[in-house]
Design a protein around this ligand. Structure first.
Ligand code: FES
Length: 570
């Protein structure tokens, strides 16, 4: 059977395919296209622009540039909107909607007649959602990140969303920044279109997308407002036409070897903890299992080479000027699988044959790494039988081995009600514990970066061990243990912790233990009551279907059964 192309793909089902095509052509002609144009291969452009998404403000001009590339290569570009997830505009939290967006992207790619697709996005959850959807639809696809913001200035200091947002907010809480000053700072933190200016979740995921081979070389780091970003958009449109002709699908690009490379890059940039969840979910769509053991093994072998906030001192615009992902991949080359294919139509080995100059202040050599081991590790133990994640690269060294008394908050509401209570019984050596902020409880908000209690912050305390089943913004820092699984809402051991219990945390041993006798925990478990599911709608679907953090928080009915592991062919 000959494969259908262009507008004749995916015909509307009237029981008469010829009628469906005739009707479709007729309606397409109503948009003013010539019949010549309508015979071309169709390249969809999935857009996620929205008045509620500042990061995607450049989407209209990127769409125009992609269209230019598609037309120049002989295709017909047709853009279409999908859900947009503006990180700071969503209640209760953007992750709750990532899978909804992934479903939207997948179904619209599959339902509409397109031979290839360019996906434009980048704000935190949009990139993983779009890639998850594209992988499941498995139509030839090129990813185009919108690119990072430029930094702002305040009193001579460079500011970038959002590590500096948090730094100054902590100072404001501690009383060292005034009301007037915080208002001035607020106006200078995010000064251009684009995604957050540091190695937060958006930048980490853009680097991962480029490493996976789903973007053209160099696409991750070009600033959103740089002219190169538009040239990248034009080239992405051209590439999509070629991929469509060659029928190179995302499932051929996202192999187990490519995922392993992506984990290496995640570790080498000391990237966001959120990226562990997203990469696990992306790999899951391709039938590839990513485990905490894989993460820990690769973390021991992969140095941190990139000196960017929140772990280091530079910003994404410096990473771009310093050589970007190309320079980083060249430095990591001996650790990478070089025969992986990319949407550029070349292997990683081919790509790295062209040398890229690295600015060593931003991208270090492997001989002089920024940190000797990877920025992220997984821990496990009686408090987290299925694991938890720590960004050791952003933690206080002296707290990486710690035992302390638990100070427990039962929920986000309890946290905000009591954290600044002057009578809160808390010392700097205690361990702050937040329950019921996991994926099933409330969509896993970025609440794991618990604020230092006000009375300790005013006394100069900047970090404490904090534990939760929540996530943390990729732009945050501190000794924060996240993604504890199973989460409290389904009766994981976290549900049974009480204030005054002792907790032991050892990064060296990869352990997180609740020092309470098993008999006592069994007794406490008897009074556990699971949360009542939401009554209706998407929240109900999410509650019933989301899997735990170590599996990527995808829906159980969307993830492919894992069948490929690292080291296997592909
Ligand atoms: Fe969009 Fe940070 S708010 S990437």
């Amino acid at each position: 059977m000959t494969r259908k192309h262009g507008l004749s793909r995916n015909l509307t089902n009237y029981g008469d395919p010829d009628f469906a095509l005739y009707l479709r052509r007729s309606f397409a002609r109503s948009m003013g296209y010539s019949t010549d144009m309508l015979r071309r291969p169709v390249i969809g452009i999935a857009t996620a622009g929205s008045g509620f998404n500042n990061c995607h403000r450049t989407t209209p001009e990127l769409v125009e540039a992609v269209k230019r590339g598609v037309l120049a290569a002989g295709g017909l570009p047709l853009d279409f909107p999908t859900i947009s997830l503006g990180e700071v505009f969503l209640n209760p939290t953007s992750l709750l909607f990532r899978n909804l967006m992934a479903m939207d992207v997948e179904e619209m790619i599959r339902a509409q007649p397109m031979d290839g697709v360019v996906l434009i996005g980048g704000c935190d959850k949009t990139l993983p959602a779009q890639i998850m959807g594209a992988l499941s639809a498995d139509v030839p696809a090129v990813y185009l990140p919108v690119g990072p913001m430029l930094t702002g200035r305040w009193r001579g200091e460079r500011l970038g969303a959002c590590t500096d947002c948090r730094r100054f907010w902590a100072q404001y809480r501690a009383g060292t920044v005034s009301n007037d000053e915080i208002a001035e700072i607020e106006g200078n933190l995010a000064v251009t279109a684009g995604t957050c200016a540091v190695m937060g979740t958006a930048s980490t995921m853009a680097c991962i997308a480029e490493t996976l081979g789903l973007t053209l070389p160099g696409a991750a780091a070009i600033p959103a407002v740089h002219a190169d970003r538009l040239r990248m958009a034009e080239a992405s449109g051209k590439a999509a036409v070629r991929l469509a002709a060659e029928e190179v699908r995302p499932s051929r690009i996202v192999t187990a070897s490519a995922v392993e490379n992506a984990i290496r890059v995640l570790l080498a940039v000391s990237g966001s903890t959120n990226a562990v969840i997203h990469l696990t979910a992306i790999a899951g769509r391709a039938g590839i299992a990513v485990t905490h053991d894989d993460l820990n093994r690769l973390s021991e072998e992969t140095p941190v080479l990139v000196n960017l906030k929140p772990v280091g001192s530079h910003y994404m615009e410096d990473f771009f000027a310093g050589g970007g992902v190309g320079a980083l991949l060249a430095e990591l080359a001996p650790l990478l699988n070089l025969d992986v294919m990319t949407v550029a139509g070349e292997t990683l080995r081919d790509r790295l044959a062209t040398p890229v100059r690295a600015d060593r202040a931003v991208i270090r050599s492997r001989d002089e790494p920024f940190q000797k081991v990877g920025g992220l590790v997984a821990v496990k133990g009686t408090l987290a039988p299925n694991g938890a994640i720590v960004k050791r690269g952003a933690a206080t060294e002296s707290l990486l081995e710690h035992e302390g008394r638990a100070v427990v908050f039962e929920s986000l509401a309890d946290l905000s009600a009591r954290i600044d209570d002057p009578d809160l019984d808390v010392t700097p050596a205690d361990v702050l514990v937040l329950k019921n902020a996991g994926p099933i409880a409330c969509g896993m908000p970025e609440a794991g970066y618990l604020p230092i209690p006000a009375k300790l912050a005013r006394a100069g305390i900047k970090d404490m061990v904090r534990i939760s089943d929540a996530r943390m913004s990729g732009t945050a820092f501190g000794t924060v243990i996240l993604h504890v699984s199973p989460e409290a809402a389904i009766g994981g051991p976290l549900a049974h912790v009480r204030s005054g219990d002792r907790i032991r945390f050892s990064t060296r041993e990869r352990r997180l233990d609740l020092l309470v006798a098993p008999e006592e925990l069994a007794l406490r478990a008897r009074s556990f009551r699971p949360a009542i599911p939401p009554a209706r709608g998407y929240a109900r679907l999410h509650h019933a279907s989301v899997v735990q953090a170590e599996l990527g928080c995808d829906f159980d009915f969307l993830t492919a059964a894992p069948h490929r592991r690292f080291g296997s062919a592909g």
